[in-house]
Design a binder for this molecule. Structure first.
Ligand code: ACO
Length: 336
């Protein structure tokens, strides 16, 4: 690692996403558990989600997303000097997803690291990428966020299996030669005390003398997660705006973690942000954990709503409990 020569500024310059072909609809779930399309849509807004094939893992999704990024970027990714992969569902504990991405693209000069900040992972990865570039240590960072939540979902538990889907997103974060940069403000927070009994997955069958159910699958108290997220994210938005000396009117797009449409509506209401200025991916993709924000950004690009120069407030939150919000300018060139 070279010693930093000069301070720099970072901006996001390219985006690519991928979701698996297979779709799991609410009607499909009606055949698996005691639920209904009406209940799911009314409580979560979710209509369908994409599910990885048996032999398709998080690294495959991330690679496809980065390939799409490369197509729109219009240049090779050989000079990427760091890969940060955000995931809660890696193919292996090791080697990491970022190493598999590095191998696929043959990025000879790149370091590779995985990061797990649960559903807030994409926001944390962007924050780290911005910090690495601003310090002068790196010039071009590939951030990928990919999840195969279906592989840790218990399809006999109707309160969780309706929620989750699979997908991946990738962005390129580069040093800005004009030294302006797109990142404006950040807020990070953690409440570890709200941890394993609220929202977890893992192999431990007991912790601190208490037995734990659901080995290897998602277990959550949906109501507690819901209340915490609405309270925490709305307060975080207030703080972010204050820090940046901006008002709600300065925000073009709010992109929260797409966990549940009803939750997004409650956050908007409490934070006094118009729902119409929200980009989300939950209706067609379910909760894709750390992939949900890039998938929502892609939906904004595809529909022509998210444009070069727009100011975006993105906010991730998830198990831990952990959360992260960022204010940034969207510096990806418009395609048309
Ligand atoms: N179909 C039909 N009935 C159901 C289903 C289902 N799929 N799931 C639960 N129910 C029933 C319950 O059994 C309960 O019945 P009862 O009253 O007879 O006991 C009733 O519906 C109400 O259950 P609640 O859990 O209180 O329902 P709630 O309105 O809270 O909705 C939900 C549940 C959708 C899980 C909601 O709490 C939620 O979305 N929470 C947030 C979860 C989430 O998004 N987590 C991740 C966010 S952060 C991250 O992604 C890391």
């Amino acid at each position: 690692m070279a010693t930093p020569k000069s301070l720099s500024k970072a901006r996001i310059t390219a985006l690519g996403t991928y979701v698996p072909d297979k779709i799991l609809t609410n009607e499909d779930l009606e055949r698996l558990v005691d639920t209904s399309d009406e209940w799911i849509v009314q409580r979560t807004g979710i209509k369908e989600r994409h599910i990885a094939a048996e032999d398709e893992f998080t690294s495959h999704l991330c690679i496809r997303a980065a390939e799409r990024l490369r197509e729109t970027y219009g240049a090779a990714l050989d000079d990427v000097d760091l890969i940060i992969a955000s995931t809660t569902t890696p193919d292996f504990s090791f080697p990491t997803v970022s190493c598999r991405v590095q191998q696929h693209f043959g990025m000879e000069r790149a370091g590779a690291i995985d990061l797990n900040a649960t559903c807030a992972g994409f926001a944390y990865a962007l924050h780290l990428a911005n910090g690495m570039i601003s310090s002068g240590l790196h010039r071009k960072i590939l951030v990928v966020a990919g999840e195969t939540m279906s592989k840790i979902t218990d399809y006999t538990d109707r309160s969780t299996c309706i929620l989750f889907g699979d997908g991946a997103g990738a962005v390129l974060v580069e040093a800005d030669p004009e030294l302006s940069g797109g990142f404006e403000s950040v807020i990070l927070g953690t409440n570890g005390a709200g941890g394993i009994h609220v929202y977890r997955t893992g192999l431990a069958e007991q912790m601190d003398g208490q037995p734990l159910e659901g080995k290897g699958k998602i277990v959550q108290n949906g109501r507690e997660v819901f209340k915490w997220a609405v309270r925490t994210v709305s307060a975080g938005i207030e703080q972010l705006l204050e820090q940046a000396e901006l008002t709600r009117e300065d925000i073009d797009w709010f992109v929260p973690h797409s966990a549940n449409l009803r939750m997004i509506e409650s956050i908007c209401e409490k934070a006094d942000l118009p729902l119409a200025k929200t980009l989300q991916s939950v209706q067609d993709m379910g909760n894709t954990s750390s992939a949900s924000i890039p998938l929502a950004l892609q939906a904004g690009v595809n529909s022509g709503r998210l444009k070069f120069g727009d100011r975006v407030l993105l906010y991730g939150f998830g198990s831990g409990l952990t959360h992260a919000g960022l204010l940034l300018r969207w510096d990806v060139p418009d395609l048309s």
